[in-house]
Design a protein around this ligand. Structure first.
Ligand code: FPP
Length: 252
């Protein structure tokens, strides 16, 4: 099993359009798919799930769609916080959070604080997130430390750099899933995805379910991960791999 799964939840708008519904109904259905995915990841021992909910580029969408999404994030957080607490989920929001509506910022602080000691899956919601912004922000913080004389620039290495990213302390994603057939990274986790396996499915995000996730995991388990070397890397622990019978049972 991957220790960390990242998802680009694409195709909400097209899912809605195909049903003659407003685009925003696709986002509402997308929340249900995300809940299902989180629960499955938690049940199957995946340590972290990082989902791309709103990018720094998404502000350019029509104003009413952006407002709907912000209100949706608030409602979902309010509604689900109790369940997240009970199920031991540790939720964090990654991105430039100061640009979000005040009420949403308050809910984010509350949810992060109330779940920070939870021992279960790490659930990271990338909100107003951009990979390039994250890298520039990390560089700024390191430069400030160097300018204050607290850090010798010659000592900056990958570990010191990664510690300034929003994902500090999290292992890098082993697997990236992108739905709706698009084959782009779209400014998502540019540093962290360096060695991730990528699984693209044509399924629209609201239709992403146990079968689609199982197919992605079986695809992941078929990959030979060499991390730039010649031999499959022994860091992989496949003792947790899905049993073929379980996979057949799921129809994948
Ligand atoms: C991409 O589909 C999806 C989004 C920009 C929003 C995803 C957000 C959610 C599923 C809600 C998550 C909620 C919480 C609280 C974490 P698209 O609109 O780009 O679809 P299209 O490519 O078909 O137009």
């Amino acid at each position: 099993m991957p220790a960390h799964l990242a998802v680009i939840m694409d195709g909400n708008g097209r899912w809605a359009k195909a049903r003659g519904l407003p685009r925003v109904m696709g986002h509402r259905a997308g929340v249900e798919a995300l809940k299902t995915t989180l629960r499955l990841c938690s049940d199957w021992g995946i340590g972290a799930l990082t989902a791309y909910a709103f990018s720094t580029e998404n502000w350019s969408r029509p104003g009413d769609e952006v407002s709907f999404l912000m209100t949706l994030f608030e409602r979902v957080l309010q509604r689900e916080l109790g369940a997240l607490e009970r199920e031991q989920v540790r939720i964090r929001f990654l991105g430039d959070l100061e640009a979000l509506p005040q009420r949403l910022q308050e809910l984010i602080v509350e949810a992060s604080e109330r779940t920070e000691k939870n021992k279960g899956i790490h659930f990271n919601v990338c909100t107003n997130y951009g990979g390039r912004h994250e890298l520039v922000y990390a560089a700024q913080k390191l430069a400030e430390r160097a300018a204050r004389g607290e850090l010798d620039p010659a000592l900056i290495d990958e570990n010191i750099f990664a510690a300034e990213l929003f994902t500090a302390g999290e292992v890098d994603p082993d697997l990236l899933i992108r739905t709706s057939g698009e084959r782009r990274i779209s400014n998502f986790l540019l540093w962290q995805l360096a060695y991730a396996e990528i699984h693209v499915t044509n399924v629209f995000w609201p239709d992403f379910d146990v079968v689609a996730l199982t197919k992605a995991l079986v695809d992941y388990q078929s990959r030979s991960r060499r991390f730039g070397g010649l031999e499959p890397n022994k860091r992989l622990d496949n003792t947790n791999a899905l049993e073929p019978t379980a996979v057949r049972h799921l129809g994948a």
